[in-house]
Design a protein around this ligand. Structure first.
Ligand code: PMP
Length: 355
């Protein structure tokens, strides 16, 4: 703790991201990245910018990317906001729509960045306990004082709310903003974007990090009515007049236009999730019904924490959360078929050995 730090810096409780090991032999299934590379066209577009376009500033308003996103999402460009990953979009949204004296609600088991932002901006919050089956308590989320945020599908459970349930939450909060964080929606949940026209209090956030295999370029976006998007632009422009860097801009535009490649990799991840879930169940593990690119798993016969630590020693990184509500569980990202086969072998061996 430095004497030079402001109160904000002193009191900040930063988010601790999943481990990012460098060794290439490691099978990394701990931060929900896409196991496949970005599309070849995307890589080409980014290389071209590296070769030709780095001397100049990028277009601050990213109009062309907004048009691509608008076209894809069936909205107009004024209903699109772009940021450096959806983390940044969410950070701006907390500042733009939540107040210091009005408690917001989010699920008690959810993306750990929400309490971090709330603490940073002095926004009080109520963590709403999940139902016994780990689903989000829709009744409790229906009314808030200051706003609501939840991922759909939720992380780390992977469970998704149906669209009518999202709508109930929106209807219960007519005077507050409801943020639906759709970081994983493409892997099987229903997107709330189609509700944007009808609900002025809805903001949907998405990312290219998972579905488009572009976690490294940090591009996320939000869809909402013009009024909400303008609020986000005001906050963003108070920090930085440039939205994203030129390389990310070119990569994002190309990736979002490269639909065939995107669909193919998405399907591969979903197919792998289906067989891997079934294989874990055959080992006697409990696995929640994931609509995301990861599985939330309760091992039987071994402790979750032991499994996490032992797999790590053997070069497999998965995620363990040291929180009372989910202590018996681990989260496993979906990798390639080969990676998942190797993990399954390793788990079977561990279960069969006398350790
Ligand atoms: N929301 C959720 C629920 C997430 O799990 C993540 C990624 N860890 C994000 C948002 C942020 O993703 P990104 O900043 O890469 O867009």
């Amino acid at each position: 703790m430095s004497k030079f730090w402001s109160r904000t810096a002193r009191e900040a409780k930063p988010y601790i991201p999943g481990e990012q090991p460098n060794e290439s032999q490691i099978i990394k299934l701990n931060t929900n990245e896409n196991p496949y590379p970005p599309s070849p066209n995307t890589l080409e577009a980014m290389k071209e910018v590296v070769n030709e376009g780095l001397r100049k500033y990028p277009t601050p308003t990213v109009d062309s990317l907004k048009r691509v996103i608008a076209n894809r999402e069936g909205v107009n460009s004024e209903q699109v906001f772009v940021g450096n990953g959806s983390d940044e979009v969410l950070a701006f949204a907390f500042q733009a729509f939540f107040e210091a004296n009005e408690a917001i609600k989010f699920p008690s088991v959810t993306y750990s960045f929400y309490p971090v932002y709330a603490n940073l901006y002095g926004i009080p919050y109520q963590a709403v306990t999940l139902n016994d089956d780990f689903t989000i308590d829709v009744e409790a989320m229906k009314q808030s004082i200051g706003g609501v945020i939840f991922p759909n599908p939720n992380a780390p459970t992977g469970l998704a709310l149906r669209l009518y349930q999202v709508e109930e939450i929106l209807q219960g909060n007519p005077n507050n903003v409801v943020i639906v964080d759709e970081a994983y929606v493409e892997f099987g949940a229903e997107s709330a974007v189609e509700l944007v026209e009808q609900y002025p209090n809805l903001l949907v956030t998405k990312t290219l990090s998972k579905s488009h295999a572009l976690a490294g370029i940090r591009v996320g976006y939000a869809i909402g009515q013009e009024d909400l998007i303008e609020g986000l632009e005001r906050i963003k422009n108070s920090f930085n007049s440039y939205t994203i860097n030129s390389v990310s801009l070119a990569g994002a535009e190309t990736a979002l236009s490269d639909d065939a490649y995107y669909r193919e990799t998405l399907e591969r991840v979903i197919n792998t999730r289906v067989w891997f879930k079934q294989s874990l169940e055959e080992l006697g593990f409990e696995v929640l019904d994931s609509k995301a690119n990861f599985l939330f798993v309760k091992p039987t016969g071994v402790e979750a924490e032991w499994l996490y630590l032992t797999l790590k020693e053997r070069g497999f990184y998965i995620r363990y959360f040291d929180k009372p509500e989910v202590r018996g569980y681990v989260r496993i990202s979906i990798g390639t078929d080969e990676e998942m086969e190797r993990l399954l072998n390793e788990i079977s061996n561990l279960l069969n050995s006398d350790c």
